[in-house]
Design a protein around this ligand. Structure first.
Ligand code: NDP
Length: 271
């Protein structure tokens, strides 16, 4: 039986083993998938030890950059994201690093929520690792423009420059935002601390779709703001399941059906 793991610190909260077990059952594939706690300074030895027997690993906080350095080869998505969340052992023994978070976000918004990016004005709030990881897959959907706004403005400018070859990239300060966007994505960690973002109301309209990459049992403050303006919204639970589905596809060459798994994890979150 092939062995897989999710490596992180902390790791006990991770829903990945359950999601991959559900995919494996659905696709009739036998796998072992475990949580692996690595010491903060010990990612590489932990991963090396795992890959003596393992076929693939997901990597979560705080090791996505360590995984980038650990991989022998990188996909374009991982190189541009500056992070790896999926490691795969290739038949020649090389370990390939990939980033599936961005494609997970695109599939959730586009396919599960029926909201196309093509020709749309997109706003990404935040300029950390999560924001960086989703820009390339969004750019590939041919939006009209992609604007980054961040508390530390210099980081927003740097990200906009980094991806300027892929789509129309803009950066902005919170105060300068004075018109509505079609899709607004919260890629900050503000929701984790329950904090409100200094987003002007003008960015939301009744036609806007707001997406919080964080997920919780109840709508986040960011989602509530969008709802108050009459727009629709969703949290990042679907992204979590979709990024796992893309990892599953990379490892098993089979694309699992995600809606039932999203529903199952949602029910657990609410109980
Ligand atoms: P980082 O620490 O790399 O970046 C944090 C970002 O949030 C920065 O842009 C920071 O701004 C901003 N920020 C933090 N607090 C505030 C605040 N109070 N007001 C305004 N801006 C704030 O974190 P990540 O990018 O790795 O993660 C961000 C979020 O994305 C997390 O909540 C994580 O859970 C989520 N995520 C969800 C995934 C999913 O599958 N659903 C996958 C990956 C991430 P500044 O630069 O000024 O400090």
């Amino acid at each position: 039986m092939k062995k897989f793991a999710v490596i992180g610190n902390p790791i006990e909260h991770s829903k990945s083993p359950e999601i991959h077990a559900a995919f494996a059952q659905q696709c009739g594939i036998d796998i072992e998938y475990v949580r692996l706690l690595a010491d903060r300074e010990q990612f590489a030895p932990t991963a090396k030890d795992f890959f003596a027997r393992g076929a693939g690993a997901n990597v979560t906080v705080p090791f996505k950059e360590d995984a980038l350095r650990f991989a022998d080869e990188l996909s374009e998505a991982a190189r541009l994201a500056g992070a790896v969340n999926t490691l795969s052992l290739r038949s020649d023994g090389a370990i390939v690093g990939d980033s599936t978070d961005g494609i997970g976000l695109v599939r959730d918004i586009r396919d599960n929520h029926g909201c196309s990016f093509t020709g749309k004005k997109i706003l990404i709030v935040g300029a950390g690792g999560a924001a960086r990881g989703v820009i390339l897959p969004i750019a590939r959907e041919n939006p009209e423009s992609l604007t980054i706004v961040n508390r530390t403005q210099a980081k927003a400018r740097q990200l906009a420059e980094h991806f300027s070859a892929y789509t129309e990239m803009l950066s902005a300060s919170f105060e300068s935002l004075d018109s509505a966007f079609d899709i607004i994505i919260n890629a900050t960690s503000a929701s984790l601390s329950g904090g409100a973002l200094p987003l002007p109301e003008a960015v939301f309209s009744s036609q806007s779709f707001a997406y919080d990459m964080m997920y919780a049992a109840t709508p986040t403050l960011f989602m509530q703001l969008a709802q108050q303006r009459g727009g629709s919204c969703a949290d990042g639970l679907g992204m979590l399941v979709e990024q796992a589905a893309e990892s599953f596809f990379l490892w098993h060459d089979v694309r699992p059906h995600t809606p039932a798994v999203i529903q199952r994890i949602r029910r657990q979150l609410q109980n």
